[in-house]
Write a protein that binds this ligand. Structure first.
Ligand code: C2O
Ligand code: CU
Length: 443
């Protein structure tokens, strides 16, 4: 049924606009040239507004020789990168040319509840329908957008893109890159789960290309913005110079291995001298280090030369906030692939919704008693990580998605400053869909 619709769409593109019809996108083969997602065109000359169009439609595309009968925004997987500056207003015309209802959620951005693409009431965009999201961009950093309806399916098929919000006060680099990461399985499958994520054996694509090669002149300083857009795969990278997490620049740079759970973002600096590989370590959602060999996520090619000295990012005297010791909200994560996934012993949508007062500081404790990691995500807000198993983070860090490892306790400090009903869930999307999701009311 779906395949028939896809074929029909591909042969008879809608004539209501001049956008490219759903077609077969070009092939990503290992060792292909690195490519960046297109930049969303700003349709409004007003410098205080960025006005983009995001048309979701079926698209057949190929990754590493596997054809995916997928979905895409603006005919591209990843979808176009939305670039903006702090303080600008984003206007996004979302056009649904999918054969299913959809929404667009702005992951990590403090949008008003009515613009969140999720929550209550669910603002569904029916097939053939449109919705215009409008909100001010009040945070600098790397964010992303994706549907929040039939989420595991629609994201898996290719509906995701980056939102880059720049603060002109931040130091300039020679080259900025967006890297949207997604895992693809070995099987071509038509209707669902084409990526069939087995995170330890999957092929990882960077902007749709597996193990791409990126040529840069020696001496280049790169700010690479990484987004883990996969449904269920962990990305562990060896030895990175980490300058930012979910919610922008860290007060101090952290050098070491970097773990990105689904939904997570981070920014790293590469100071290019001799050629190098960015190495991905085998990592499993069920418990961390995994069987397998480290392999290149991408290869940076250069003529060779001296690496420039690392950039002096502005350092702030901010240490992690001391844990206030009390606990205001608790989330117990439990379940298994066989039994389903629960939060506080409940399965969405049959949940008890906690309420917190607007403006309150809320200490949240998330305890994982299940055999898999769960990246905990809260909409419309960000939180500080107080500790993971009692250990404060290396640098004070503000997140909207934080991995809660197997049998671990993560403590968070939330300023509940955005009124509404906000979804909170595991960002391993099959877990969320399996019930590991609830809502918090802020009022
Ligand atoms: Cu990135 Cu509730 O989602
Ligand atoms: Cu989970």
């Amino acid at each position: 049924m779906i395949a028939v619709v896809l074929l029909a769409c591909r042969r008879e593109p809608s004539s209501t606009d001049d956008a490219p019809a759903p077609t077969t996108a070009d092939t990503g083969t290992p060792g292909d040239t690195f490519r960046e997602p297109p930049i969303a065109e700003d349709l409004d000359p007003d410098p205080s507004v960025v006005h983009v169009r995001l048309r979701a439609a079926p698209l057949a595309y190929e990754v590493d020789g596997t054809t995916i009968e997928g979905f895409a925004f603006e005919g591209s997987v990843p979808g176009p990168t939305i670039e903006a500056e702090l303080g600008q207003v984003l206007v996004a015309d979302i056009v649904n040319d999918l054969p299913h209802p959809t929404t667009v959620h702005w992951h990590g951005l403090h949008v008003p509840a009515a613009m969140d693409g999720a929550g209550m009431p669910m603002p569904t965009i029916e097939p053939g329908g449109t919705f215009t999201a409008t909100f001010e961009l009040t945070q600098a950093g790397t964010f992303w957008y994706h549907p929040h309806l039939d989420t595991a399916h629609q994201v898996d098929l290719g509906l995701y893109g980056a939102v880059v919000v720049r603060d002109p006060a931040e130091p300039a680099v020679d080259r900025e890159l967006v890297l949207v990461l997604d895992a693809f399985g070995e099987e071509a499958a038509a209707e669902h789960d084409p990526h069939l994520v087995d995170p330890t054996s999957s092929r990882w694509a960077v902007n749709g290309v597996v193990a791409p090669r990126l040529s840069l002149p020696a001496g280049t300083r790169v700010r690479a913005r990484l987004i883990n857009a996969s449904n269920a795969g962990m990305v562990a990278l060896r030895d990175q110079r980490v300058i930012a997490h979910d919610q922008g620049l860290l007060p101090t740079v952290v050098v070491g291995d970097l773990l990105l759970a689904p939904g997570d973002r981070a920014e790293v600096e590469w100071d290019v001298g001799d050629p190098f590989d960015v190495i991905r370590l085998p990592w499993a959602v069920a418990g961390g280090e995994a069987w397998g060999e480290p392999s290149p996520l991408l290869t940076v090619e250069t003529d060779g030369g001296t690496a420039p000295p690392a950039l002096a990012w502005p350092t702030r005297e901010e240490s992690p906030t001391p844990d206030p010791g009390r606990t205001d909200l608790r989330f117990l994560l439990s379940g298994s692939p066989e039994l389903g996934w629960e939060m506080n012993g409940e399965t969405f949508p049959d949940v008890t919704m906690p309420m917190v007062g607007l403006g309150e500081e809320v200490v949240i404790e998330v305890r994982n008693v299940s055999p898999a990691d769960h990246p905990f995500h809260l909409h419309g807000h960000a939180f500080e990580v107080l500790s993971v198993d009692g250990e404060p983070p290396a640098s004070r860090t503000i997140e909207d998605t934080v991995d809660v490892p197997v049998r671990s306790v993560v403590r968070l400090l939330l300023l509940a400053d955005n009124p509404g009903f906000w979804m909170t869930h595991c960002h391993v999307l099959p877990h969320a869909e399996g019930g590991m999701m609830t809502m918090i009311e802020v009022r």
